[in-house]
Write a protein that binds this ligand. Structure first.
Ligand code: AMP
Length: 114
């Protein structure tokens, strides 16, 4: 896959407001937040879209989800609730082709999404 700005964030070549990191996952605040809490959880190993994930990456996908839940608990929004979203390709609204999970919290969410 061609490199995206998220790889540059991982390498600290462009700034980001990083809120969580481990060996596999990096999380940073979205630059255009859609909720009071809007954090992106990305695998350090670049995968373009969910379509490109393979069974051997199942644990990594789980790590994204569990990291988001742990972060939501750590900042005290888990009990009220939150939304996690992964956009895939054009109709899904994906704009950055380094797979990522959005964590949105701090306000009631509507359903269905727009
Ligand atoms: P998506 O549309 O699902 O691909 O989400 C991409 C997200 O990345 C959008 O919500 C953007 O606001 C966000 N974004 C783009 N550039 C940056 C950046 N430099 N730092 C943080 N978030 C970014």
């Amino acid at each position: 896959m061609s490199e995206t700005l998220f790889s540059k964030i991982i390498r600290r070549e462009i700034p980001a407001d990083i809120v969580f990191e481990d060996d596999h996952v990096l999380a940073f605040r979205d630059i255009h937040p859609q909720a009071p809490v809007h954090v992106l959880f990305i695998p350090k190993q670049p995968i373009a879209t969910l379509n490109d994930a393979i069974p051997e990456q199942a644990e990594l996908l789980g790590r994204l989800m569990l990291s988001a839940a742990a972060y939501a608990k750590s900042i005290g929004v888990a009990e009220n609730g939150y939304r996690v979203v992964m956009n895939c390709n054009g109709d899904g609204g994906q704009t950055v082709y380094h797979m990522h999970l959005h964590l949105l919290a701090g306000r009631p969410m509507t359903w269905p999404p727009g």
